[in-house]
Design a binder for this molecule. Sequence first.
Ligand code: ZN
Ligand code: ZN
Length: 203
Amino acid sequence: MSTDTKRYVPPEWAFTFHGHRCPFMPLGYRMGLLALEALGVGRDPDHTLHVVCELGEGHPQTCLMDGIQAATGATLGKTLIEKTGWGKLAATFWHPGKTAVRYALRASFLDELGKFEFFAQRKRGVEPSGIPAAVTQEVVDWSLGLSDDAIYSVTPRPDFVYQPVKGSFNKTLCAKCGECVFERYVRVQDGKPVCIPCSGYLR
Ligand SMILES: [Zn+2]
Ligand SMILES: [Zn+2]
C-alpha cells in the first residue's frame, strides 16, 4: 500500500480550474493517477486515452470529472472524456494496446464520506465555496489517509470496446448561415451543404 499520499493532492492549478475546494475533485484526481498507473501510460499530451465516466447530471459529486481530467489529460476539449449519464461514481479508462480498467467509488467509502459536516452543509444548499475551509479540509484529509483499496474498486475490462473517431481537418461553408462546419457534420439540403442547425435535423 502506498503511504505517499502527497502525490494524490491535486496541483494548485487544478483547484483554480475547478473553482472551489471540495472532496470530489481530489478523489477524481487520485482515480485518474491510479488508472494511468494501472494502464501503464502517462498523462496524455494529445489524443489517445479515452475515459468513459458513468456520471450523470443534477446530482452531487460530478466534481470527480474535473479531477480525472486534471490527472489524465483526457479533457473535454480534446474530446477524450465522455459521460454515460448513468448517475454512477465510476469511470472506465481505455488506451489502445492496454486492457481497459474501471474504477468505482466503493459504497462503503461513500457511506462514511457522507457523514462529514461538509455534506450536511451541502445538503442545506451551501455551495462548496461557502463552506469553511476547515470543514472541507477535514473530509479531504480523511480520504487522503485511506488506502486506494478502501476507496476504489478496480475491475479490468478486457471486453471494453472503444472506436476512436477519425480526425479530419476538412471543413466547408454552410450554404444558409455562411459559417464553417467540419465535414462529418455537413448535411445536404436541396443539393447544398448546410450545417445541422440550419438543416433542421437534430443530428
Ligand atoms: Zn468540486
Ligand atoms: Zn448554417
